[in-house]
Design a protein around this ligand. Sequence first.
Ligand code: ACO
Length: 421
Amino acid sequence: MKKAKLILNEKQSIDLPIIEGSESEKAVDISALRSQTGYITLDPGYGNTGACTSDITFIDGESGILRYRGYPIEEVVHNTNFTDLSHLLIYGDQKDNSDLIKFKKNLRQHAVIHEDMKRFFDGFPPNAHPMAILSSMVTALSSYYEDSDHDKEEIIDINIVRLLAKVKTIAAYSYRKSHGLPFIYPEPELGYVENFLHMMFADSQEDHHSDNIIIEALNLLLILHADHEQNCSTSTVRMVGSSHANIYATISAGISALWGPLHGGANQAVIEMLKMIHKDGGSYKKYIDLAKDKNSSFRLMGFGHRVYKNYDPRARVIKSMTEKVLNKLNINDPLLDIAKELESVALNDEYFVKRGLYPNVDFYSGIIYRALGFPTNMFTVMFALGRLPGWIAHWREMILNPKNRINRPRQIYTGRSKRNY
Ligand code: ACO
């Protein structure tokens, strides 16, 4: 095994094992560092810290590569649907497709939520953000379904199916609630995406939403959001799940982490920013300057990424689908023009080029969601729906790993030394 030597001072050094991943990613394994030397590592924001090994998703941020279980994202989006992809992410390769058939059947069967749960929605104020409703209701699922035995794979599997099937129903009901509309029951014969659209829009825009381009676009968006290895919300899921909190509470924590505008909440923030620029006469240059101004807290939302220092491959796919959807539906959205202008200015501006700031997955997704009829405050819910199989895949990988320990980082204390009270 290759080793790295860490010299701490004249008297102390340690040989640390080097771990290599299947795509030649390298890590120095410091798990024995504190016990052998008394030192810990300090890495605010975890930019250099690997918290686990994982077989699920590979990202090369410098080259703009994203692969699910080895398959390039550009191939996946055009050759599968969201349910098949969810199964692949969660369970990996299968010897035949009998498990997938069972999985799909179960997803259809478990789509309804307990009748009593519908009353919970009444307690939320009419203008409640659907992300607030979603995270609360996902935690509430734990009061209906037992999940204490992490050693039994059949219990894990049934809770996985319940979550995937019911979260889309809860997501649709969050929208219905926030618009004062009656709930629409899921239709067991409909596929995942079709059923979700049915529960969202059946009474208002059914014809529109059974259009193939909309089903194709929504499948593509959910697939593109399905996993992104150890991002903030997935790490939250691993953190909370490591305490053996139940799967519903664990996933709800991931939903809350996703809500922030620096993470999944950015898709809503992008549209709000584009609307603001549009209202301001489309003077995007002013906002580029503001984003570069270190005295201003304004950031170009939908730009930049901790891992991608190149064009986010998801943004490229979404951009071309956005144009296709808008053309097909004959929609002329001035926000798309502003977004494209912003992008072209930023991509040629030294500030953005030097820092490797490119459009990320959130930059164009909101424009498609608008075209599909989703209100702005549902955008992050849509992200959560897409990311759900990724969170579940990571939770399952962690919980079935016998070496898993509770996650517990350390700190360097910088407060006052001992004093009398
Ligand atoms: N606009 C202007 N400047 C930016 C932007 C931006 N969107 N993003 C980063 N920068 C600048 C920073 O000011 C910093 O400049 P400096 O080196 O002169 O101090 C430099 O680029 C590095 O930025 P960090 O904040 O250190 O990068 P970090 O990796 O911590 O943050 C993040 C990544 C949060 C995505 C950041 O780029 C950002 O805030 N983007 C806007 C929000 C957004 O789109 N989030 C969605 C991300 S994708 C996702 O989570 C699904």
